[in-house]
Design a protein around this ligand. Structure first.
Ligand code: CTP
Ligand code: MG
Length: 233
């Protein structure tokens, strides 16, 4: 069994809208709905746990009403890592048999994730952890105290996307350990897994279209992809 853990508990500070960005409409549909629509038609996924900010619970309830697949709500935390941990804890309570349980952890701020969901699910059949990556376009400098301390070779630099897939027990154990050791600064689950599991996640090709909506400008790119009909593959 596979569960989708959809993160919608953030406040969207950089987006600067009256409601969190995942509730904002993109071509007449909330950004969150794009991810829920993907999950709705994926046969491998039986349940969604949706992590939310309870201040907006009614808006989330109104959005999720139309879906046939089971969606359970869970309260988010003050960081993404905490929101994931809360979601995993909820899944742990909901599902008694964990042996073959898998989880796909996805940022609802990435609306065009359909084909990446499929690639991650496929690879997850044989791997314990799967992360989609895409080559970094820019050269990256590592700067500390306003001094360049390293310039890593760009050929080896990749940006990481979601959904990221895991065997449930493996990623839940890692999150529990991170919490126990008070390590609360992980910004994605692949890096948390790699820190505690002492092995690296498998990778699959991500997609430039699977970008994260961070600020208002990103909506224009979203509208562009939608106008070109590229997002339904
Ligand atoms: N997220 C979450 N709980 C948090 C923080 C983030 O569930 N405490 C979710 C967001 O809803 C988003 C995803 O994690 O879908 C990626 O986070 P990001 O793009 O940074 O969104 P926000 O944290 O909401 O935005 P900002 O950083 O600009 O405040
Ligand atoms: Mg954030």
């Amino acid at each position: 069994m596979t569960v989708a853990l959809i993160l919608a508990g953030g406040k969207g500070t950089r987006f600067q809208s009256p409601v969190p960005k995942q509730l904002v409409l993109l071509n007449g549909k909330s950004i969150l709905e794009y991810s829920l629509d993907i999950v709705e038609v994926l046969n491998d996924i039986e349940l969604t746990v949706l992590v939310i900010d309870p201040s907006y619970e009614q808006m989330f309830r109104d959005i999720t009403e139309k879906y046939n697949k089971r969606i359970e709500f869970c309260e988010g935390g003050s960081t993404r890592q905490e929101s994931v941990y809360n979601g995993l804890t909820r899944i742990n309570e909901l599902i008694p048999l964990k042996e073959k349980l898998k989880v796909l952890i996805h940022d609802s701020a990435r609306p065009f994730a359909r084909s990446v969901f499929q690639s991650v699910l496929k690879k997850l059949k044989t791997e314990e952890a799967v992360v989609p990556v895409i080559k970094t376009k820019d050269t990256v400098y590592i700067i500390k105290d306003e001094k360049v301390v390293d310039i890593p070779c760009r050929d080896h630099l990749f940006n990481v996307q979601t959904p990221q897939g895991f065997s449930f027990s493996a990623i839940f154990d890692c999150h529990r350990l991170a919490d126990k050791k008070q390590m609360h600064t992980f910004t994605d689950d692949g890096s948390l897994y790699s820190a505690f599991q002492k092995t690296q996640p498998a990778i699959v090709a991500g997609e430039s279209m699977n970008f994260k909506i961070t600020d208002k400008k990103d909506m224009l790119l979203g509208e562009y992809y939608l106008s070109k009909g590229k997002t339904e593959r």
